[in-house]
Design a protein around this ligand. Structure first.
Ligand code: HEC
Ligand code: HEC
Ligand code: HEC
Length: 435
């Protein structure tokens, strides 16, 4: 045997042994089907589970657009391919109806389904793993007592090698932190309640923390540092990297998370709207706790309460577009098409809210994308009913006009340096969002 072939044989043998060892380590047994009994759950448990399901946005991801609630088919475009959410109703053939608690718990804590297949972390089990036992059982009780729906969602389409689910065992080894959640004794009970909800069911960091090359959330100083893109929306930072012109505090966060609107910040739109829709149905105390926890990450050096009050007045004046009299395309468009609904300091509010645009974090972001998405598509489905709607301007403005308008908002209303290539971005988003 030539040396080269001996080498090759050695390498092949080594790879085979390593792969075999990995497969042995990664192998997860099937858990036998064993549907729970109908009397296994108390009413209190089911109610508690429903609150956790809302905190965890289960239905937001497990419902196809226009489809039956929790029957699966939600689509997630990731850099690794398309992942489709599964049927989460207790249908025995096509949902999780045949799953005993042990199987549900393994999926939520280890990311492995009842049959032993590894799940992809587009399903945020990396956060759900921190749910305590009582909450995990309540969630199971709630899901198992909903109406079963027979539905087989289309298969996921991942690119090779990511279509090999077994690889997720290695991913979990590297990135799944299964340390049970522990309170921080130095903090208040309310802060800890918020921390628990956010880090477990709430999975806020799934969107608000940046991810590494393997798609795992970054922690440490990058916790809540934003920067990810979800459905084409840039997710803002909630920590000291926040671009909000007034630092978020617990009261403003409470308003925003509870109603979808804070007068000092604006509205929750895009992928944040369904999150708020769910949070608006939670007990006040839970939302208050989440607000207190998240506020503890915000920058603290933005001035005294008096400074901020002064800034609020200034931003209100800027929002009114006092420059609108100038014969500049963007200003003229704003005066005609937007000021009627977005002027802060005059005119009665006819319906909904009146978001002052100088307060909107998106105008301070590096990318104009979120603003362009709202201008092209409007806000047809408000986070909560009382916010009102924002009309779409897709057919009213061409890309050059959208660019002029967006940069007017950016430079004159928010006082930031102009964005570049805005018309090209408008053209791209227009085609991505074509009806
Ligand atoms: C961000 C979107 C998202 C959220 C939020 C979400 N899921 Fe999922 N879930 C998914 C996706 C996608 C899959 C499929 C993953 C795969 O195929 O590997 C999935 C799979 C599952 C599975 C495995 C089901 C099966 O048949 O294999 C369970 C159980 C599950 N989710 C429970 C929940 C619960 C309970 C909640 C709420 C507390 C929840 N999910 C919230 C996206 C989500
Ligand atoms: C599915 C992804 C997603 C999840 C999950 C998510 N967010 Fe968001 N969040 C966004 C996006 C996108 C925006 C920008 C919305 C806009 O501009 O209208 C946003 C905006 C925000 C803002 C406003 C920031 C600013 O400066 O304007 C706050 C506060 C916030 N989210 C808090 C939370 C909290 C708390 C949670 C968990 C309970 C959470 N988010 C979960 C995507 C998400
Ligand atoms: C008919 C009233 C109306 C008009 C006209 C209008 N808006 Fe709005 N706009 C709203 C309302 C109401 C909201 C909040 C809606 C919600 O969140 O449900 C909003 C939200 C927004 C947001 C916040 C989106 C976010 O993600 O935070 C921006 C930016 C915005 N409008 C810009 C504009 C611009 C620019 C124009 C002019 C081209 C305009 N609007 C015209 C009513 C209007």
């Amino acid at each position: 045997m030539k040396l080269r072939n001996r080498w090759l044989a050695g390498i092949v043998a080594f790879v085979a042994i390593a792969a075999g060892g990995f497969a042995l380590f990664a192998h997860q047994p099937e858990i036998a089907a064993a549907p729970p009994g109908t009397n296994d759950f108390s009413a209190a448990q089911i109610a508690r589970g429903e609150r956790l399901a809302r905190t965890g946005d289960c239905a937001v991801c497990h419902t196809a657009p226009g489809g039956v609630r929790n029957a699966g088919g939600g689509r997630f475009d990731t850099p690794f391919g398309l992942i489709v959410s599964s049927n989460l109703t207790p249908d025995r053939a096509t949902g999780i109806g045949a799953w005993p608690y042990a199987a549900f718990e393994r999926a939520m804590r280890h990311g492995v389904d009842r049959e032993g297949r590894h799940l992809y972390p587009a399903f945020p089990y990396t956060s759900f793993t921190r749910l305590n036992d009582e909450d995990m059982r309540a969630l199971y009780a709630y899901l198992m007592t909903q109406a079963p729906v027979h539905s087989v969602p289309p298969p996921s389409e991942l690119k090779f090698p990511f279509n090999l689910r077994i690889l997720m065992a290695g991913w979990n080894l590297l990135f799944l932190d299964r340390t049970p959640w522990k309170p921080d004794a130095a903090r208040s009970a309310q802060w800890n309640r918020g921390a628990y909800l956010v880090q477990s069911a709430g999975h806020c960091t799934a969107c608000h923390s940046p991810r590494n090359a393997f798609g795992a959330e970054r922690g440490g100083a990058d916790l809540f540092a934003g920067g990810g893109v979800v459905d084409g929306w840039h997710v803002p930072a909630l920590n000291t990297a926040s671009r909000a012109p007034i630092a978020w505090n617990a009261d403003d966060l409470y308003d925003y998370l509870r109603t979808g609107y804070s007068a000092r910040h604006g509205v929750a739109a895009g992928p944040m709207a369904p999150v708020v829709e769910q949070l608006s149905m939670l007990p006040e105390d839970d939302v208050r706790a989440i607000a207190v926890y998240v506020a503890s990450f915000a920058p603290l050096n933005m001035g005294t309460t008096a400074d901020l009050a002064q800034r609020e007045v200034t931003l209100g004046v800027l929002s009114d577009g006092v420059m609108a009299a100038r014969a500049q395309t963007g200003a003229a468009l704003f005066g005609g098409a937007c000021a009627g609904c977005h002027r802060v300091n005059d005119a009665p509010v006819l319906f909904g809210v009146r978001p002052g645009l100088a307060f909107n974090t998106n105008l301070y972001a590096d990318s104009p994308d979120n603003v362009l998405r709202v201008l092209l598509g409007g806000i047809g489905h408000a986070a909560t009913r009382d916010l009102g709607y924002m009309p779409a301007f897709r057919y009213n403005f061409n890309d050059a006009q959208l660019a002029a308008l967006a940069n007017y908002l950016r430079t004159d209303i928010a006082g930031q340096p102009a964005w570049t290539d805005v018309a090209a971005a408008a053209a791209r988003i227009r085609s991505e969002t074509a009806p």
